[in-house]
Design a protein around this ligand. Sequence first.
Ligand code: HEC
Length: 136
Amino acid sequence: MNLKIVFVGLGAIGTLFTACAKDVDVSKLPAPSPKKDVTFAKDIKPIFEKACVKCHGAEKPKARLRLDNLEGVLKGSSDGKVIEPGNSAKSSLVHSVARIGDEDYWMPPPKNKDKIPALTAEQVGLIRAWIDQGAK
Ligand code: HEC
């Protein structure tokens, strides 16, 4: 067997692994808010309405993900679930708004034409608390 080809192959696999591993370093997430009884209607909807619904509302929602109502958030996107009730650290929506992991999925996108700013650590913490408490 040609050793050179084996080494090139191993190198490619290694690069792939590093690419996946750098995906999400959840230790970088802001801590969940200590607030009790966090609900979508009361606490989260106002955040999403300001920062997300422009692109994830009723009309042609990006990635077919609707964030203007609880059912839509729980249903997820054309790629599947974006939150895991009870586990905010594993929820891809949290990775997106905290801007860890793949830059293509940072939300709102850093270069959006309406200049919607990134969520604050407090807002991310509140979203985490809401998901950890079961996403009601
Ligand atoms: C300016 C438009 C825009 C805004 C504002 C925006 N998004 Fe997005 N969002 C997109 C686009 C475009 C995609 C699809 C990205 C792709 O598939 O490459 C996307 C995809 C996503 C995904 C991934 C869906 C999947 O599984 O493929 C999540 C989660 C998400 N957005 C959450 C949010 C949240 C939460 C907010 C508000 C804090 C937000 N987005 C604000 C445009 C936007």
